[in-house]
Design a protein around this ligand. Structure first.
Ligand SMILES: [Fe+2]
Length: 300
C-alpha cells in the first residue's frame, strides 16, 4: 500500500484512567499503512482508542478493519452481518435481538477470543445507532490490574494457567450468561484450550492479567473449588472502579480495544421496537488476530 502523508491527528485522553480519543480524522479513503501504524501505537500504549465521528458504510469499515490483522469469523455464526461474515451486528434492533440471551449475551466481563488458541488482538465496535441513554460498554485495564497485585500474587498468577471453553466460566453477581453456542458444529470449532493467567504484550512488553471471564473454567494447578475462588478473586480485583472506563457511544464512534490488555462488558438493554426508538443501539463489530503490517514487520 503506498504511503500518503499522515493526517495530523488530534489526540486527547479519555475522561478515564486509560484510553485516548482521536479527532480530526476521516477514514473514508484516507487509510494507509503509516496512519494505521500511528493509530496502532496509540492503541497499544493506551489500550483503548476512540475515533470519533466516522461515516463509513459496510465496505469502508470492513476495509479499515482489515488493516489491523486477519479478520475473524466468530463462532456464533447467527450474529454475522449478511455479506460480511467477519462482521457482527451487536445491539437491540434486529429480529435476533428479541431474544434476551442474544441481546445481553456480552453483559459479563470477558476477553474476546479467550477461548481460542490464537488470541484475538483487537476488537472494534462502530456505533451506527445510539440510544439516548444506556447501552454503554465497560472496559478495564488488565495491565494496571496486574501491576497493583502484590509481588507474591504476581508470581503466583504467572505460575498458573486456566482451561477455557466458550461460555464455561462462572458468572459474578449481576452478570448475564453468554450468548449461547447452539450447534455441535459451533462447539467443535472451539475445543477447550489452556491459557496463562498473565501474558506479556508482544508490542509493549507490559505484563497483564488475561482472560478472567466468560471462558476460564478450571485452574490447572489448583483443585476445582479453589481454582474457582481464585479466578473470582482475580476478576473482582481487576474490575474495581479505578481500573474501569465506561464508554457512552456517540453516533459514528469507532472504539478499538487491545484484547491482550483489557476486558470488557456490555450493559443490559431492552429490545428496541424500531431503530427510531430512544433506546435503539446498533454496533458493528470486527475482531482480528495478528497485527497491522508495519507492526508485524517490527516484530520480525
Ligand atoms: Fe466482547
Amino acid at each position: 500500500m503506498p504511503d500518503k502523508p499522515s493526517q495530523t491527528l488530534s489526540v486527547a485522553p479519555l475522561e478515564a484512567p486509560f484510553g485516548v480519543r482521536v479527532g480530526n480524522l476521516d477514514l473514508r479513503g484516507n487509510i494507509n499503512e503509516r496512519l494505521i501504524e500511528n493509530l496502532a501505537d496509540l492503541l497499544y500504549r493506551h489500550r483503548i482508542l476512540v475515533i470519533n465521528n466516522q461515516s463509513l458504510d459496510h465496505a469502508q469499515y470492513y476495509h479499515f478493519g482489515q488493516q489491523w490483522g486477519r479478520l475473524i469469523r466468530h463462532v456464533l455464526d447467527y450474529l454475522r452481518v449478511p455479506g460480511y461474515p467477519e462482521m457482527m451486528a451487536i445491539g437491540n434492533t434486529q429480529e435476533k435481538d428479541r431474544d434476551a440471551a442474544t441481546r445481553n449475551g456480552a453483559v459479563h466481563w470477558h476477553t474476546d477470543g479467550s477461548y481460542k488458541i490464537e488470541p484475538t488482538t483487537v476488537t472494534m465496535l462502530y456505533a451506527r445507532v445510539v440510544p439516548k441513554l444506556g447501552g454503554e460498554t465497560l472496559f478495564n485495564d488488565m495491565v494496571a490490574a496486574y501491576q497493583t497485585l502484590q509481588p507474591r500474587q504476581q508470581r503466583l498468577a504467572e505460575s498458573r494457567t486456566a482451561k477455557h471453553f466458550f461460555g464455561a466460566a462462572k458468572l459474578a453477581p449481576g452478570e448475564y450468561p453468554v450468548t449461547p453456542i447452539k450447534t455441535d458444529k459451533q462447539a467443535k470449532a472451539v475445543p477447550p484450550v489452556v491459557k496463562p493467567l498473565v501474558m506479556r504484550h508482544p508490542i509493549t512488553g507490559h505484563k497483564a492479567l488475561y482472560g478472567l471471564g466468560q471462558s476460564p473454567f478450571q485452574v490447572n494447578e489448583l483443585p476445582q473449588a479453589e481454582g474457582d475462588t481464585y479466578l473470582g478473586e482475580l476478576k473482582a480485583h481487576a474490575t474495581q472502579p479505578q481500573f474501569v472506563y465506561r464508554h457512552r457511544y456517540a453516533l459514528g464512534d469507532i472504539v478499538l480495544f487491545d484484547c491482550l490488555s483489557t476486558m470488557h462488558s456490555g450493559t443490559p438493554i431492552d429490545f428496541a421496537q424500531s431503530t427510531d426508538a430512544a433506546n435503539a443501539r446498533l454496533l458493528w463489530r470486527l475482531s482480528t488476530e495478528g497485527f497491522p503490517t508495519r507492526i508485524s514487520r517490527r516484530l520480525g
